[in-house]
Design a protein around this ligand. Structure first.
Ligand code: FES
Length: 88
């Protein structure tokens, strides 16, 4: 799953600005699906406040909603630093 040495500490697990964990987002997305609502990242933003700071986490939030994964690798080509990830 991990790309190699040093990648684990670069896992992205939350919106740092608003302290919203991806676990919370995944749980909320699952609850919405169970209620017959198809969630998306914008919905998560309005419901939790994630993404309302720097906005860096939004591609990750979309991935959490899409896959249910709560610990994500840095998205290649992302122009911004990952939320909660380490630097080079
Ligand atoms: S990390 Fe989510 S808004 Fe900044």
């Amino acid at each position: 799953m991990w790309g190699g040495k040093g990648t684990r500490e670069m896992a992205v697990t939350r919106c740092v600005c608003r302290e919203v964990s991806f676990e919370r987002i995944a749980r909320l997305a699952a609850e919405l699906r169970a209620a017959g609502v198809e969630p998306d990242a914008e919905m998560m933003r309005s419901m939790t406040g994630c993404g309302t700071g720097c906005g860096t986490c939004m591609p990750y939030v979309a991935e959490v909603v899409r896959t249910g994964r709560v610990s994500l690798e840095v998205i290649p080509g992302s122009p911004q630093r990952p939320a909660g990830g380490g630097g080079p």
